[in-house]
Design a protein around this ligand. Structure first.
Ligand SMILES: [Zn+2]
Length: 433
């Protein structure tokens, strides 16, 4: 059977990953059966407006110890009870949902849930669509408040039932509850030097542990803030490599830890399009075009440039202030450069996650010619009169054309780890695959 759950955390407290691990452990301890494989952490469309923090859904495959209707009811009540106990339902945006799929060999349901999973990652899904599936296939479920969490809960079951998608892993270490769950959140201790050592020992098989984009001041990106139960998280290609990295981390005592199978770092949210008119708000795209207006940084520190697709439609592309040094690349683009842009489309602007510069146009500057006798720059001899050297009495007709060196090269560029979306595939993974 499969258990999926979503939307139990608030903006400040709790974390659905933590609750999923607590529930998986409790089910085993109470003799309900055994968890099979890794708990799945599935990121859904990052542009949906009603998400809490990372828009993650959690689920796992479970081998129940018995098969009776009575046992199933007991298991469902047990999991539901835990969710009701722990979910941050007083938060306005928290709408928990959980689903229990016992019909694991129903191929029609499996296919429907596969499509549902892909839609939830790339597109917008309404609660009605989730409820329709639940009714049609008689799927037991828990729905609190508006039940929006049912969407992620079904999507993660779709991922569990249809393996074979590009996968990565994340090791998450959790803090002792009294450190984050009391009246005040106690400061975290994770030694930055040990994170750098863990990164150096396992990169490029792990990524986004430390951000080195400010060379003199590398800082950890794998340590959250606020009342999050997560102490730190390490992302990588395999369960072995994230565990190897975790062994090197020096921190406050770890209460609980788990390795999750995820769709993070896979670009699963991106849709390839050939034309701007195919793009809809709150979706993420890959589009190739030609730069028509290069960028100037605006007052907010944002860089915006315009590209034209193959049919002449224009698209604004933005590198916002938090993308830091990535904006230098954007500022170095010039009209007629050919690029492929990757990012989410919102307010008629593509919010860049990465860019591939396919070709660079040649840029020239026009300068006064040099004097053939003394090699000094000639001066204008008057309007339409060409150029002259006063000393040598030499003359010349036109300005000379000088190529200007470009500041960027053809290739891929990405935002720094601190600005990266969970689903965005880091360039280092694009090189491995
Ligand atoms: Zn001269």
């Amino acid at each position: 059977m499969f258990i999926g759950m979503d939307d139990t955390d608030s903006n400040e407290r709790m974390c659905t990953t933590y609750l999923a691990v607590l529930i998986a452990d409790a089910l085993e301890k109470e003799g309900f059966g055994t968890v099979s494989g890794y708990v799945h952490l599935i990121r859904l469309n990052p542009s949906v407006p009603y998400k809490t923090r990372g828009n993650a859904a959690l689920g796992f495959e479970f081998n129940p110890a018995a098969d009776s209707a009575e046992f199933r009811t007991k298991l469902i009540s047990f999991v539901s009870g835990k969710i009701i106990e722990y979910a941050e339902t007083e938060c306005e945006k928290t709408n928990p949902g959980a689903v229990f799929i016992f019909e694991e060999n129903d191929s029609e349901l499996k296919n429907r849930l596969n499509l549902f999973f892909k839609k939830a990652v790339t597109d917008l899904v309404e609660i009605d669509e989730a409820q329709q599936l639940l009714s049609q296939y008689f799927i037991p479920h828990l729905s609190l408040k508006n039940g929006r969490g049912l969407i992620g809960a079904l999507a993660v079951c779709g991922a569990l039932m249809n393996p074979g998608w590009d996968e990565t892993y994340e090791y998450l270490a959790y803090r002792f509850p009294e450190k984050w769950n009391g009246t005040a959140v106690l400061p975290r201790f994770v030694d930055t030097n040990s994170l750098i050592a863990a990164d150096k020992a396992t990169y490029p098989k792990t990524w986004d542990t430390v951000d080195y984009s400010e060379k003199k001041n590398p800082f950890p990106v794998c340590v959250p803030g606020s009342g999050d139960p997560v102490l730190f998280g390490l992302r990588g290609e395999s369960p072995e490599v994230v565990l190897e990295a975790a062994e090197r981390v020096v921190s406050e005592p770890v209460y609980l830890s788990a390795v999750f199978k995820t769709n993070q770092g896979t670009d699963a949210h991106l849709i390839s399009v050939g034309n701007v008119t195919e793009m809809q708000p709150l979706h993420s795209y890959i589009l190739t075009g030609t730069v028509v207006h290069s960028s100037k940084t605006n007052e907010g520190g944002h860089d915006i440039f315009v590209i034209q697709d193959q049919t002449g439609n224009l698209l604004e592309c933005a590198a916002f202030e938090p993308t830091g040094s990535f904006r230098k690349v954007i500022r170095a683009l010039a009209s007629n450069d050919s690029v492929t842009v990757y990012g989410s489309f919102k307010n008629n602007t593509l919010n860049l996650e990465k860019i591939e510069v396919l070709s660079l146009t040649s840029i020239f500057a026009f300068e006064n010619p040099t004097c053939p006798a003394c090699q000094k720059r000639m001066e204008s001899a008057g309007k339409g009169q060409g150029f002259r050297c006063r000393n040598c009495k030499t003359k010349s007709g036109d300005k000379i054309k000088i190529p200007v060196p470009r500041k960027i090269k053809v290739g891929f560029y990405e935002v720094p780890p601190s600005a990266r979306r969970h689903l965005s595939k880091p360039l280092i993974r694009m090189k491995i695959h």
